[in-house]
Design a protein around this ligand. Structure first.
Ligand SMILES: [Zn+2]
Length: 326
């Protein structure tokens, strides 16, 4: 952001001069590139990766190929092999102050980018962001769905489709679910076709209202995805499943590896086997876990995600952390 702002400032500064005599200086990047060292240009690319391609074009045209190669070598050495593009920026203050290196902690900008990454398309499993930040509108919509789930002393599972509009906003299109007393997990039936013109389906959303103590939950007021919820993802295509239960929001992020697995079973006509394998994995981990109802459910989810290459996030409010797989 800062970089592009500066770029525009330069444009207005140089407009008068450029119009009068020197068309070659019209591109503000020329001024940046003309007199800088390879190290400084590599640092600019590091600070504003989206400008990198354009900067390199100017470097090649003004300074030649061998200088451009020098810049690229320095820029490559700065970039960590695996991590997100924004990682070096977060680590820079540490290096500058000479303090002991801290474990990588994403900031809010990176968490928001993490959300966009998992909301727009299935990711490569090992490229999953470690933390994501829900847009404000999504958190509010989940909270509303949750309040409706427990309104009037009855628990009613709620759900709907979270869509990204043509303008890039996220909206939850809710579907009415009949009120039923007590434990209602599994009553919400998603309709993937309920999206508007120009909208893209980002997530199927539902709630797990477990707030009535009964023998099954033993008084626990929240619980993550069920085995059936996970197996249903086989027949879906959208990048995310979101779930709200008690104070927690849970997300399952679809991966390219999971898509490949589904494709394989589709081609072999063995989707039922995949479905049953996911349920079995869930049930075995659920049974083995010694914790309470919520912990047993989560053990099931983590086991399924690990084996079948899905990524699992949990958190409260807007911030979710990867707690299963990668
Ligand atoms: Zn469910």
């Amino acid at each position: 952001m800062a970089a592009s702002g500066r770029q525009q400032d330069n444009t207005s500064d140089t407009t008068a001069a450029a119009q009068s005599a020197q068309p070659a200086t019209q591109d503000p990047l020329h001024g940046l590139v003309a007199a800088e060292t390879a190290e400084r240009i590599a640092a600019m690319i590091d600070a504003a990766p989206t400008m990198g391609h354009r900067l390199m074009q100017v470097v090649v045209s003004l300074r030649g190929n061998s200088f451009a190669q020098q810049v690229l070598n320095i820029a490559k050495a700065k970039t960590p092999p695996e991590g997100q593009r924004a990682a070096p920026r977060a680590q820079k203050p540490t290096a500058a102050t000479g303090a002991a290196p801290k474990p990588y902690q994403p900031d809010d900008v990176q968490r928001k980018a993490g959300w966009e990454q998992i909301a727009r398309a299935p990711t490569r499993a090992d490229r999953a962001p470690s933390e994501v930040m829900l847009p404000d509108s999504v958190e509010k919509a989940l909270e509303k769905a949750w309040q409706d789930s427990i309104a009037g002393g009855q628990t009613t599972e709620q759900g709907g489709n979270l869509v990204r509009t043509y303008g890039g906003r996220y909206e939850l299109r809710r579907q009415a679910v009949d009120a039923k007393p007590g434990y209602t997990e599994g009553t919400f039936d998603p309709d993937e076709r309920d999206i508007g013109w120009w909208d893209t389906l980002t997530a199927i959303v539902h709630t797990h209202p477990y707030n009535e103590p009964d023998s099954k939950t033993n008084g626990i007021d929240h619980g993550t995805f069920s085995g059936q919820d996970l197996a249903s993802i086989i027949d879906e295509e959208q990048p995310l499943n979101l779930l709200r239960s008690g104070p927690y929001t849970y997300a399952i992020s679809r991966t390219k590896e999971f898509n490949a697995l589904v494709k394989f079973h589709e081609n072999a006509d063995t989707k039922d086997q995949l479905n049953n394998a996911m349920l079995k994995t869930f049930d075995e981990a659920f049974a083995l876990d010694a914790g309470d109802f919520a912990a047993k459910l989560e053990a099931g989810v983590v086991a399924v995600c690990k084996k079948f290459h899905l990524n699992y996030y949990r958190g409260q409010g807007r911030n979710l952390k990867l707690v299963g797989s990668k």
